[in-house]
Design a protein around this ligand. Structure first.
Ligand code: JQB
Length: 272
């Protein structure tokens, strides 16, 4: 997969040299190119922003540096044999970036990221490129960042770990909390490793029992408890047939009940 990132803060993307993404690059599974948007300015001050039409606070990123940069990056990618570019635009007004989106992006051969600053990019730039290639405007969550670079790091890490050959078998993603499938989406329960006692704290006996059936049941119960506490929306969304008899007994013990169509609902005091 080829990734291009156009930014006024290329050094913000230095973490792409490290860890999982860095290793994927070193192994030739990922070709990452970071570009400085100011290389496509023509004035003495390398201006990338201007005042907003209609007035108001802040500044807006100008059309010309983005248009010239994207034209060159797209041409360079094609010259190197890349195909089917997808433009990924991080923005607080984008669609939610989810695991499903990560899977979709991981199947693309070429992603071009345009992390902005200030109040974002003049709308005509995304409108123009949307006539030539798929454009995904994405938000990584309901909070406000000062720019899109951190979102590029997040999206890249979520996508890179899905690429064939990036994760070893041991750390494969069959058990991901948000991996899609016909099961309930559950958060992970607690995990433990050596030593067996630390500051007088032990390990749950069941994990030392060697009884694999009981261990699997305990883990699932802990996952359900944690999901009920932290992400009740995930349980409410799960199909009723995603829960077995012991799941249903636990949910009932936690005060949950089934509505008319069988979906689980939290106890009235903490609904919805
Ligand atoms: C400028 C960004 C995010 C990119 C994602 C997320 O554009 C703005 N509008 C209102 C307030 C602040 C900004 C600053 N800003 C470019 C830019 C914010 C992304 C962003 C984002 N993806 N929060 N904020 N989840």
């Amino acid at each position: 997969m080829r990734l291009d990132v156009v930014t006024i803060f290329p050094e913000y993307l230095d973490p792409l040299d490290v860890s999982l993404v860095g290793k994927a690059r070193a192994r030739g599974l990922l070709d990452v190119r970071v570009h400085d948007l100011r290389d496509w300015t023509r004035d003495k001050h390398h201006t990338v922003d201007d005042t907003p039409y209609g007035g108001g606070p802040g500044m807006v990123m100008k059309t010309d540096p983005w248009g010239d940069a994207l034209d060159d990056v797209i041409a360079d990618g094609y010259e190197h044999g890349a195909t089917r570019p997808v433009l990924v635009v991080p923005t607080p007004s984008g669609e939610p970036f989810t695991q499903d989106r990560a899977v979709e992006l991981s199947r693309q051969p070429w992603l071009i990221f345009t992390p902005a600053r200030y109040e974002g990019i003049d709308r005509r730039v995304t409108d123009e490129y949307a006539t030539r290639l798929p454009v995904r405007e994405l938000s990584i969550g309901d909070y406000v960042l000062a720019g899109g670079e951190a979102a590029v790091l997040v999206i890249t890490e979520a996508v890179a770990r899905l690429l064939p050959g990036v994760l070893g078998n041991a750390e494969s993603h069959r058990d991901d909390s948000f991996a899609p499938g016909a099961m309930a989406h559950l958060l992970e329960g607690p995990v433990y490793t050596k030593p067996p006692t630390w500051r007088r704290r032990g390990i749950p006996d069941v994990l030392l029992s060697g009884h694999h059936g009981n261990i699997a049941r305990w883990r699932r119960d802990e996952a359900i408890r944690r999901t009920a506490a932290h992400r009740p929306d995930l349980l409410r969304r799960s199909a009723p047939d995603a829960f077995d008899k012991k799941d249903r007994a636990l949910l009932t013990a936690l005060g949950w009940y089934q509505d008319q169509d069988g979906h689980w609902q939290p106890p009235a005091q903490d609904a919805p």
